[in-house]
Ligand binder design. Structure first.
Ligand code: ZN
Ligand code: ZN
Length: 371
């Protein structure tokens, strides 16, 4: 899927209406996924300012380093451009754009804009400001049909990587060696690049955001493999499976894994339009609590996914946002025993008008690889 110019125009129109409804003058977005969502252009993140000015009224304009202007057209984006030469001051240009559209009021600033850009923009423009994050999340949270298809494509690609895990994950190899093979497969199976690779073996499986290390995988190790990439269309995959690197599964591990699996299934089944996000978290957490592993489940149940790996809605206690059709997010409970082992199961799900659709479909059993 590519963002067609019609889709981009539609999104820009929605964004402008949201800016007007917020009572703001404009939203300013630098290189990143908010800008990509609205224009289809994946801007280069650097010290040179790229800034999309989205006024409540008037034409949105992309202020961009002159040397990068040809890339916008190449990306098929049709946003009006204001290229700036190396000796011009891009912050003054943005301030000028705001004046041109009478955007004298509050400006919303993209959450991921660099502080060095924010400070110079605010000195040049002098407008009161707020974070544009909540406004952008409202636009991006409900995926349209093309985005849902793009997320499914990403999900299928990462499922194919997990299906090949037996080729790489075996005793005697280091996590890093396995990770290198996974990185290559993430690309060959249908991503533009690998975004993150976690191979947590043995005690490292108890560290949820462990990445890779030189630890040599031992026979019988529990290994958490949490991997994701970004497709050419810009959409993310993110899926975790827990493996046993050869050998036999101890009854201790089999016991807590059965609880984890039941919790993950129940949370997925709970997804339906109208359910508060925190109730999905509670569904998984209650099952794990009742089995006595509550203190071992130390993170939220999930996060939204789209152009960013982590975005709204967050599936966490305290978030009473009602889930709606079109929202896509992970369901990824985990149980961890520091210094020993741990496990996590993660699928991306899409809420539809009929209920839930899982975008990852590979086996969620504790898979024993090799001999
Ligand atoms: Zn993950
Ligand atoms: Zn995740």
């Amino acid at each position: 899927m590519t963002t067609t110019s019609t889709a981009a125009a539609d999104r820009l129109g929605r964004a402008q209406r949201a800016v007007a409804e917020a009572g703001w003058g404009a939203v300013l977005l630098s290189a990143g996924t908010d800008l990509r969502y609205l224009t289809g252009y994946n801007a280069h993140v650097s010290e040179r300012l790229t800034c999309l000015v989205v006024p409540a009224d008037g034409e949105p304009v992309l202020v961009i380093p002159e040397l990068e202007a040809p890339m916008v057209e190449a990306a098929g984006a049709t946003t009006e451009l204001r290229p700036w030469a190396e000796t011009e001051n891009p912050f003054a240009i943005v301030a000028g754009q705001l004046r041109k559209t009478s955007a004298a009021g509050t400006v919303g600033i993209g959450n991921r804009m660099w502080a060095e850009h924010v400070s110079q923009l605010l000195s040049a423009a002098g407008n009161p400001w707020e974070l544009a994050g909540p406004l952008m999340a409202q636009l991006r949270m409900r995926k349209d049909a093309a985005e849902a298809a793009a997320l499914l494509e990403a999900g299928e690609a990462i499922d194919r990587v997990h299906a090949r895990m037996g080729q790489w994950l075996r005793p005697g190899r280091t996590e890093r060696e396995v990770g290198r093979d996974i990185a290559e497969a993430i690309v060959t199976e249908g991503h533009e690049h690998a975004e993150f690779i976690i191979v947590g073996s043995g005690p490292n499986a108890a560290s949820p955001h462990h990445l890779l290390s030189d630890r040599v995988i031992d026979a019988g190790d529990v290994v958490v493999v949490d991997i994701g990439g970004i497709t050419e269309a810009g959409y993310c995959s993110d899926s975790t499976r827990t493996y046993i690197a050869g050998g036999v599964v101890s009854s201790e591990v089999a016991d807590f894994y059965a609880v984890l699996q039941a919790a993950q299934v129940a949370a997925c089944q709970a997804v339906a339009p109208g359910i508060p996000a925190e109730d999905i978290d509670a569904t998984a957490r209650n099952i794990i609590d009742e089995a006595g592993y509550g203190p071992n489940f130390i993170h939220r149940t999930g996060h939204g996914i789209g152009l960013d790996v982590h975005e709204d809605p967050y599936i966490v206690s305290g978030n009473n946002l009602p889930i709606e059709a079109g929202m896509a997010f992970s369901i990824e409970p985990g149980i961890y025993f520091p210094g020993r082992y741990g496990a996590r199961i993660e699928d991306i799900v899409l809420c539809t008008t009929e209920g839930v659709r899982r975008l990852n479909t590979g086996s969620r059993d504790l898979i024993s690889l090799g001999a």
